[in-house]
Each structure stands twice: as C-alpha cells, then as structure tokens.
Design a protein around this ligand. Sequence first.
Ligand code: 9MR
Length: 369
Amino acid sequence: MKLINPYLLAITTMFVMSCTSKKEVSSLKDSYKNDFYIGTALSADQIEEKDAKVDSLIRKEFNAITSENIMKSMFIHPQKDKYDFTLSDKYVAYGEKNKMLIHGHTLIWHSQLAPWMEQIKDSTEMKAFMKDHITTIVSKYKGRINSWDVVNEALNDDGTLRKSVFSNTLGENFLVDAFKLAAAADPKVDLYYNDYNLEDPAKREGAINLVKKIKAAGGKVDGIGSQAHWKLNSPSLEEIEKTILDFSALGVKVAFTELDITVLPNPWDLKGADVNQKFEGNPKMNPYPEKLPDSIQDKLAQRYADIFKLLLKHKDKISRVTFWGVYDGQSWLNDWPIKGRTNYPLLFDAKLAHKKAYDAVLNLKESKE
Ligand code: 9MR
C-alpha cells in the first residue's frame, strides 16, 4: 500500500484553506478597491442601523453610500424657515464611522419637493430659495460630504429641458446657478449632474450640452451620474460604452449612481425612472412572486458580468458604481411602475444571500488576482 506523502498533504491542505478563506473574506469593495468605489443607497432604517444583519452586510460589501430619500427637499427642508437635519446628521456620521465615501442626494430635483416649494412663482423667489437651500445644506456638511448630486433629472427623454418649477422660473440658468452656489458653499466637494436614460443618444446629447453650458457660464461640474436603472437587454453595452467615453471626453468623472436591473415584464416598455409614471397592477405582470427561475437568475448574472467587465475596461474614467439599495426586498422596483410586485434587481436576495450575479461580479476580479 502506498503511503500518503505528508509533505504533499500539508501543501494541499494549505492550498485548500487559502482558497476557502479567500472566498470567505471576499467582498465587493475589497475586490474592486483599486478600480472604483462600490456604493449602495441607504434607507432611513439602514442609516439608523435598525437591522444588525443588514448593517454588517453593508459594512462588509460597500465603501460608498448615498441617501436614498432622506436628503430630498421635502424631508430636509419641510418649511421655508425650517430644516430638519436629524437623519442627514446620522447619515453623515454613519459614513464617517465606517470610513465610506459619502454622497449627497440631491439638492435640486423637481420631485419630492416640499409643498411650499411648488408655490414659488417668479425668478426672484426662486433665486432666493436656491441660495438659501443649497448654501445652508452644502455648508453644513462642508468637508464631510464627498460629492453631491447638485441637479437631478433636469432633462426630458429627447434631451430638451424638463418643465419644472425651476425651469419655469429661471429657464436653463437654474442649473448654472445651482452649480455655482454649491461650489461657493464648499469649493472642494465634487459636484455631479445626475439623470437616467443617459445611454439613449438624444438624452446623452442633451446632458453633454447642459454640462458644456454650465461650464462655459463659469459653473464647476466634476462629474456626471448615469443612474443606470437598466433592463436585462437594454441599454446595449455599446451605448453604455459610448456614454462613458462621451462624458469623460468632457473632462468630468463618470459615476453609475443608482444601478439596478429589472427582470419583470413591462407592457409599456418604460425605461429609466420617471417617478410620475404609476400603473395599476395585473397578476400577469408579477410572474415570479416566490422565486426567480434559474434561467433568469443566469441571465441576470451574465448581464451583471458583462456590465462590470465593461466598467473595469474603463475604470480610469469611473469614480463610483452605486447600487440602488442593498438587497432585492427593499428595492423601489417592487413598487414601480406597478405596486406590490416581486422584483430581483440587485446582488443580494430578499434573505440577504448572495445571488449568482454577485458571484459573477466578484469572479471577474478573482480570476485575475
Ligand atoms: O428609491 C426611491 C424611492 O424610495 C422613492 O419612493 C422615490 C420617490 O421619488 O425615489 C426613489 O429614488 C429615485 C431617485 O431619488 C432618483 N432617481 C430615480 C430613483 C427611483 O425612482
């Protein structure tokens, strides 16, 4: 009988152990630490660390955070002479405690405005509002927040300026004013324009023109955020790549700021994230209420792998990739465009377990390192 070589056995055991421990310590943020920040949007409960399991997942996997809702105008500035910084203070403290990149979302957006803001009638009132709102919030967190979405979703899908209380009172100049005010309040913070469907050529062109105009008028724009609310088969990798190249050619950073991938049918073929679109439900529109079939799970994993492969190719141009939520159960896509569905757009499932898509994103790195 042949004896087992003890030397060989020790080497093999060490090898197996090192592979296992590597898998155990792997995380998104560590695997991508030399490429770009990996972020997540945080809900109010997550900022307040209400669920210890979710909290340890956030701290393990992500090194950048965005406030999903709590810094929007209606929450942070509910009345003309009243700000409420209770949750935003906790949010910034959370990011500092965990040494994360802290992103502020968002200063000027037509949606989730406090009712009193909707009543602003003319340019004088609007200028006064913007000066107070932007200066107060940005100065308060000066040196503590790393980057801001200064203006969110100013464009229509055809690339023209969206009608809003801002454009109605100030025209396109509201963007120039917003970027100037933010830079004056914190000259070192990174300032972003953020929008969805930017991979569509017409809207992309609109964003490029907007950023050029803001810069030409003396505004500082450091980056463009493509929200990246995407589908299994669109936008194409070609359009995503063009977007990265076109934006970085403007001399700004490119961030993917609200990444998620819907797997549910959409009869209206909606793209992006216009929050004004709401539709009544239909059971046929909710085909996977219990479990995502393996075939779709595989497609989702492949889609994420394809996307991250492309992002890695252009890592020198990309500052941050942020998922819009930590796990599937909390995603806004369970309630949009139809309320009460079960969607599977992120890398962690409703029970916080890794999905195939998570492994696909990590494997891109581990096969190389
Ligand atoms: O995820 C957010 C959801 O909880 C809110 O109900 C919704 C309200 O407008 O906003 C969602 O986040 C949006 C983000 O702030 C801007 N881009 C589109 C996002 C999805 O609607």
